[in-house]
Design a binder for this molecule. Structure first.
Ligand SMILES: [Fe+2]
Length: 178
């Protein structure tokens, strides 16, 4: 596995299926190959451009969402697992990949982060799915990427996709109050 991806994402080790783990890492490798951003940029740039002067970095937000989603999935499995089937590997892989398309949506210029021309045309849920399908991720994981943001409100989300969607939004919406 690419060292840069391993450094960015220690949470890859939480994916128990080795094939899914490798494919998930491969999507990040591919995104870094195509992105105008460098791995180090991800520890510096804001996680969203929708909050002016956002004080939290891209990686802090992304990793927080993965941690929230995993804990939520475990609790749902513990208390409602017999009624509601859910796959924790799918949740973790989907959460790690939900925003990978931002590597093709954002660019930096004059020290500022902005949406690229490509990003204006194709927000990260779309480019994220394209990257994931190229790397052979299962449809259940691509579905989470596709539906994690507002675009997904038009779609019937799976249980795993609901978890990642809400984990993402609980770590995003409070910033709009700042
Ligand atoms: Fe997103």
């Amino acid at each position: 596995m690419h060292d840069a991806v391993r450094r960015l994402w220690p949470e890859l080790d939480w994916i128990s299926n080795p094939t899914l783990r490798e494919k998930t890492a491969r999507v990040w490798e591919r995104a870094l190959e195509l992105s105008p951003l460098q791995p180090a940029d991800l520890d510096r740039i804001p996680f969203t451009l929708l909050v002016p002067h956002c004080p939290t970095t891209f990686m802090d937000h992304k990793r927080c969402v993965v941690h929230i989603a995993r804990k939520a999935a475990e609790s749902m499995k513990e208390f409602m697992g017999s009624a509601l089937k859910l796959d924790c590997d799918t949740v973790i892989a989907g959460a790690i990949l939900a925003d990978v398309g931002k590597l093709l949506e954002y660019e930096t210029a004059d020290g500022k982060t902005r949406q690229s021309k490509r990003g204006e045309l194709l927000r990260h849920p779309f480019t994220g799915v394209a990257l994931a399908m190229e790397c052979g991720l299962p449809d259940e994981v691509c579905h989470i990427i596709a539906t994690h943001a507002g675009e997904g409100d038009l779609v019937k989300r799976t249980t795993e996709a609901y978890i990642v969607h809400h984990a993402d939004f609980m770590a995003y919406l409070p910033f709009k109050n700042l």
